[in-house]
Design a protein around this ligand. Sequence first.
Ligand code: GRF
Length: 218
Amino acid sequence: MNGPKKRIAILISGRGSNMKSLIEAARRPDFPAEIAVVISNRPEAAGIAWAKDQGIPTLAMDHKHYSDRAHFESQLQSILSASRIDLVCLAGFMRMLTPAFVESWRGRMLNIHPSLLPAFKGLDTHERALAAGVKFTGCTVHLVTPEMDEGPILGQAVVPVLTSDSPDSLAARVLAAEHRLYPGILELFAAGLITINGHKSSSASDVNGLSPQFSPQV
Ligand code: GRF
C-alpha cells in the first residue's frame, strides 16, 4: 500500500448491505481505505444501526429537518470536511444531490448501480431488464457526475438472467455480485490503480487478483 489509507464516508438510506460489504472488506489490515463515517439521511435505516454496532462512527441526518437541499448539503459538507474524508461511497443513498455538491466531489465520489450501465439507468432496473428480455445484466461501480448514472465506469460484474427469474430473484443474484464488486473496485481505486481518462477509466486487468470486470457463477 502506498501512503496512508484513504478515509471513506459511506452514504446510505436503507438496508445497507453494500455498506456492510465495504466495512467488512476494510477490516483487512492491507486494505487501502478505512471507513471513517457512515451517514444516513433516514434515521430508521437498518444499515445505520448495524454500522453503529460495529463501532463505526455513524450519523443520521434526517433530510426532513432541513429547510432545503442547500442547508442539508452544507451540513453534510461540514461533516465530511471535519471527518477529513478523501472519498465518498454512495451505497443505496436515495437522496438527489445537487450538481454543485457533486461537482465538489468530482473524481472522489463512487456509486453502485444495479445494472450494466449505460443500460437501465434510474430505478426499477430488474423489472426493466426482465421486460427487455436481456440474457445478462449485472452491476456497475462508477464515479458520480451531475448527470444521473452517467459518470466514468470503474468496474462491472455480469450476472445471467434466468428464464424463471422474478425481479426479486434477479435482484438477489445481482446483489450478491454487488457485494463482491464494490469492495474490489474501492480497493483498486483507493490504491490509485484506476486511471481516469475523460469519460473512461483504465486499470490493469488483474492487479493483486482484483479485476475491474468479473462474471460470478450462478
Ligand atoms: C443496491 O441494489 C444498489 O445497487 C442500489 O441500491 C441498492 C442498495 O442496497 N444503488 P443496500 O442498501 O446496499 O442493501
